[in-house]
Design a protein. Structure first.
Length: 96
């Protein structure tokens, strides 16, 4: 198995159980993982740290994960962004 270039991951999801489950599974696979539950905290983390990948929930009480894509790109153009949603629509997919 080849080594992944992604070593650190930020999980952004307001649902604590989902966030913790993702963190646990990814840590078990050998990744360094941080988790936050809202849009503002995610922006703060990206300003302070470099991540190989960010998993973004779309629907959060503090805002849309889609609103984070542009700021993340400005701060770290090489970061892989994975958008997650239990409520995805075709328009949302196109926007992401």
């Amino acid at each position: 198995m080849s080594e992944s270039p992604i070593q650190s991951i930020l999980v952004v999801d307001d649902e604590e159980a989902i966030r913790q489950t993702l963190q646990y599974r990814l840590q078990h696979l050998g990744y360094e993982v941080e988790g936050v539950g809202d849009v503002q905290k995610a922006i703060e983390r990206v300003q302070l740290n470099e991540y190989g990948a960010i998993l973004l929930d779309v629907r959060m009480p503090s805002g849309s994960g889609l609103d984070l894509i542009a700021p993340i790109r400005r701060l770290s153009a090489d970061t892989q962004i994975i958008v997650m949603s239990g409520y995805a629509t075709f328009d949302m997919v196109v926007q992401a």
